[in-house]
Design a protein around this ligand. Structure first.
Ligand code: SF4
Length: 95
């Protein structure tokens, strides 16, 4: 990515393939019990894509790659109030 371009409100996937591949490998390596269900992960990423804090796949509030953060069941959005919440064992959202 050229340095002079402003950050985009985008995920790594489709924009930074090498980093996206590393994050995908990280997500694949998580124990199944720590992974958020795919539907939850996708819903979280939809919120991130609408968020002004998303910059080049990274959350400006926490510094995480959002595709990695959204993949973990017990993570939550760092905004106050959070734009998405942790996911319990029965896939209920925790607030
Ligand atoms: S503040 Fe929350 S919704 Fe916004 S980019 Fe960060 S994790 Fe995603």
């Amino acid at each position: 990515m050229p340095e002079h371009e402003p950050p985009c409100r985008c995920l790594l996937t489709g924009h930074q393939p090498d980093l996206a591949r590393l994050v995908a490998e990280y997500v694949d390596s998580l124990p199944e019990e720590q992974k958020a269900p795919e539907t939850v992960r996708q819903a979280r990423l939809v919120r991130c894509l609408q968020c002004e804090n998303l910059a080049d796949g990274t959350c400006r509030l926490c510094g995480c790659y959002v595709e990695a953060r959204a993949a973990r069941r017990n993570q939550r959005c760092p905004a106050l109030p959070p734009l998405w919440t942790a996911c319990g064992p029965e896939n209920h959202a925790f607030n």
